[in-house]
Design a binder for this molecule. Structure first.
Ligand SMILES: [Zn+2]
Length: 246
């Protein structure tokens, strides 16, 4: 059977049977794939300790029957050591990995999402801990915003998403695809738009991920998280477990 050499980030690991593990991997060429690592959890395994969420690998994958690939061999490209030194960083990384797990499609090219996630993990691994919950970390929100973009779901915030009227926009309607004007807000079921949250989201989408901390004031972070979450729920049916409940 064909063997595929690829870089991959471990999104999550599940115990399987006595000694095996099933890994969710994010790859540039195939998007999200599942692979079984035989014997990964046995005491003699050389692989076991490497296959943690957030680790970046060079992997050799064998095509199997159905969707489950076989993990033949791995080399660590980046163990993400900085993530394991600090609870805040580990939880922020967990938010990034969950977003990728839930948003990136299986078996579709995903180079932009792969580069985004590896960049986010590297930035988080080297960032100082911040005030506030990791789910509102600027790198977490920046990653989620850019995953909207890779999914073709950039919210429309330059004019009314429903009628095209010029700003000011007073509401947000995920079903309309973005901000809405006063006239469209009335009776539409849209909610009030926090202008600071909208500005933060626009900046997160426009600027490189490394600049995310300058895009979101702490006071605007919950609102920006909410706008992203509303888009994910409306258009992908995804509610992130690591996020603030809507
Ligand atoms: Zn309108």
């Amino acid at each position: 059977m064909a063997t595929i050499e690829t870089e991959a980030v471990v999104l999550r690991t599940l115990r399987y049977g006595e000694a095996d593990a099933i890994l969710a991997l994010l790859t540039p060429g195939m998007g999200r794939v599942s692979a079984i690592a035989k014997g990964a959890r046995s005491a003699r395994s050389k692989q076991g300790g490497r296959l943690q969420p957030g680790v970046r690998l060079q992997a050799s994958l064998a095509e199997g029957r159905g969707d489950l690939m076989g993990l033949r061999s791995t080399q660590v490209v980046d163990a993400g050591a900085g993530l394991w030194m600090d609870g805040y960083r580990l939880r922020a990384a967990g938010c990034v990995l969950e977003a990728a797990q839930r948003v990136v499609p299986e078996h579709e090219e995903a180079e932009a999402a792969f580069n985004l996630v590896t960049r986010a993990l590297s930035l988080i691994a080297h960032a100082p801990p911040r005030e506030g919950p990791p789910r509102l970390d600027p790198f977490v929100l920046g990653t989620q915003a850019k995953l909207l973009a890779t999914s073709g779901l950039v919210p429309h915030l330059a004019s009314c998403a429903a009628c095209g009227a010029a700003p000011p926009l007073s509401g947000f309607s995920a079903s309309a695809g973005g901000g809405v004007c006063d006239a469209c807000l009335v009776g539409s079921g849209a909610e009030r738009l926090d202008p600071a949250a909208a500005d933060a989201l626009v900046a997160l989408l426009a600027r490189p991920l490394a600049e995310a901390p300058g895009c979101v004031e702490p006071a605007a972070a919950p609102g920006a998280e909410r706008l992203i979450a509303l888009m994910l729920r409306e258009h992908l049916g995804v509610t992130l477990r690591s996020g603030t409940p809507l």
